[in-house]
Every structure is written in structure tokens, then in C-alpha cells.
Design a protein around this ligand. Structure first.
Ligand SMILES: [Zn+2]
Length: 306
């Protein structure tokens, strides 16, 4: 189920009061409540299909999702090696291939548990919820066929983390009919994804946890609503047991097309934004949400890029 289709189903539900169209005379509040509950249920599925999944861990230096020139990559490798003489970029690349294959595999089995040690919470939570709910069984029959081939695209020896970004050449693994409706023109079933792997310089956590105290101010760890230290407003870096995938940026044109359709639908009908649940709205580009409804975007903490 794509982003756009799921959202259209939600619209139908809130318009009728029930998923199948019965009970059309529900009070408005109950319909909205039902749509919101459906949104919460569908949101994890949409989150694991969103073009942007997860984020660099708190306290990561800027730029780890951007391009890095080869000299800087070599410097990053040397920096990580200075802390860990066993660090081997080739072994980590093989590991990235294995992790990608393992994610595809759990889509087929429906059991996410093998992925828990390998994914940051922001990637684990929606994947586990989707597979546990059974909502992943449909897309899983497709995703389990995917294959990927990782190439190291950047390495950073940061203050709190070792970070390595891989470009993964993904192949859907099933034949594509070029006449298929709902596909972007020229879709070949191949695209790239950026996968960010990170581990904390100071190991700990299972697979990740907050430290006992904020490293910036030394106060006992307390995270505010903005995700920062409640005392000094600095990010509190997490401790990881080992390498985790913290962020994925998919350049799958199908996902991008669905999301663009949803944005243009909302631009044409801005009043419909009010019934899109928060969890879905967070999957849209912050700039688009802010330009359609700045107050709602601000309430959600969506920060436009400029
Ligand atoms: Zn602090």
C-alpha cells in the first residue's frame, strides 16, 4: 500500500465513518477519532515506506547525509582507525550488504526480531509495529525480493560517533511492466538508497540507550520535548552496542511520486490538512507542510529548511 492510497482510504473512512461505508451517520467527532486511530495504525507502515526514515543520532556532526569527497573519506577512515585499529572499510561494506539483505528477509518472514540489534529505535519501531500488526504482509511479498549492493560513500570520525554512509543499489527483483498504472514513467525497478551506519565512540547500550548524564552539562539525563537536554538544550548523544542503521534516504521514484501526489492534493485542498493525522503529516516534506499550514507545521515541530 502506497502513501497516497493509504491516505485516500483514510479520507474515505473519515467521510463515511467506517472503513466499508456502513454507519454513515456517526457524529463528526467520532469519525475524526476513528480516522485518527486508523492513521496511528497505518502510520508505522507508511513510515517504513517513506523516502526519509530515521535521522542521524543526536549529537552527530552535520553533513553525514551529504556528499563527501574521496580524500575526506580517507581521512574519516584514518580517524576511525585511530580509535579502533580493527576497523576495516571492506568488512563494514560487507556488513552493510548483510544488513540490507536481512531487512528484506524479515519482510518475507514477518518476524522483525532479528533486526533489533541492527536498527536505531527510529527505524526499528515502525518496522516492528508494521510486521507485528500484519499490515506488512502485502508489501512484504514484494520487498522480500529486493536485492542491494552497498558502496561506501563517506566515513566520519565525529565527536560522539563513528559514521559510515553507504549508497545501496537496490533492485526490486521482480519484473516491471512499463505500462503498469501508478508507476512513474520509465521506472525500471532499480534505484539507490543512502543508509547511514553509526556507532558511539563510547560503547554501551543494547542496542542503544541514553547515557546517565548529559556530556555537555553533566546533569542527570533529562530529555525535553524538543529532544534536547532539559538543562542545557544541547543534544544528548546515545550509546550504542555496535554499528546500527540510524537513517535511510530512499530515492525510489515510486515513493517520491506518491508523496508528491499527496502534497499536490493537499495544496489543492488545504482544508483537508486538518484531517491528516500527525503521524502521516510528519512523513511529508516539512517545507511543504509549512507552506500549506504554517501553524500546524509549527505545532508539530516541523522546521522548514530555510
Ligand atoms: Zn545538558
Amino acid at each position: 500500500m502506497g502513501l497516497f492510497k493509504a491516505w485516500k482510504e483514510l479520507k474515505a473512512i473519515s467521510a463515511s465513518g467506517a472503513p466499508t461505508g456502513q454507519a454513515p451517520h456517526q457524529p463528526h467527532g467520532m469519525m475524526m477519532g476513528f480516522a485518527a486511530a486508523m492513521g496511528k495504525m497505518v502510520a508505522p507502515l507508511l513510515a517504513v515506506q517513506a523516502p526519509e526514515r530515521g535521522d542521524p543520532l543526536p549529537g552527530t556532526e552535520p553533513g553525514v547525509l551529504g556528499d563527501q569527497d574521496p580524500a575526506a573519506t580517507q581521512a574519516g577512515i584514518a580517524g576511525v582507525r585511530a580509535r579502533d585499529s580493527a576497523f576495516d572499510p571492506q568488512l563494514l561494506t560487507t556488513f552493510a550488504d548483510q544488513v540490507f539483505a536481512a531487512v528484506c528477509s524479515v519482510w518475507g518472514t514477518g518476524d522483525a526480531s532479528a533486526m533489533r540489534p541492527l536498527l536505531a529505535d527510529a527505524l526499528w519501531d515502525p518496522l516492528a509495529a508494521t510486521l507485528a500488526s500484519g499490515l506488512g504482509s502485502g508489501p512484504g511479498t514484494l520487498y522480500s525480493h529486493q536485492t542491494g549492493n552497498a558502496t561506501m560513500a563517506g566515513v566520519w570520525a565525529g565527536t560522539f560517533y563513528d559514521s559510515a554512509r553507504f549508497t545501496i543499489a537496490v533492485d526490486l527483483g521482480v519484473p516491471i511492466d512499463p505500462q503498469q498504472k501508478g508507476m512513474p514513467p520509465g521506472f525500471t525497478g532499480k534505484w539507490t538508497e543512502d543508509w547511514l551506519f553509526q556507532r558511539s565512540v563510547q560503547p554501551g547500550g543494547d542496542p542503544m540507550k541514553l547515557p546517565e548524564a548529559c556530556p555537555s552539562c553533566g546533569a542527570p539525563t533529562a530529555v525535553g520535548a524538543d529532544g534536547l537536554c532539559a538543562h542545557c538544550r544541547q543534544p544528548i548523544p546515545v550509546l550504542t552496542a555496535g554499528w546500527l542503521v540510524s537513517a535511510v534516504r530512499s530515492h525510489n521514484p515510486v515513493l517520491e511520486m506518491y508523496r508528491a501526489q499527496m502534497v499536490s492534493q493537499l495544496r489543492a485542498n488545504p482544508e483537508e490538512l486538518a484531517m491528516v493525522p500527525d503521524e502521516l503529516l510528519r512523513l511529508l516534506p516539512a517545507d511543504d507542510v509549512a507552506s500549506i499550514d504554517p501553524r500546524r507545521a509549527a505545532a508539530l515541530g516541523l522546521r522548514p529548511s530555510s
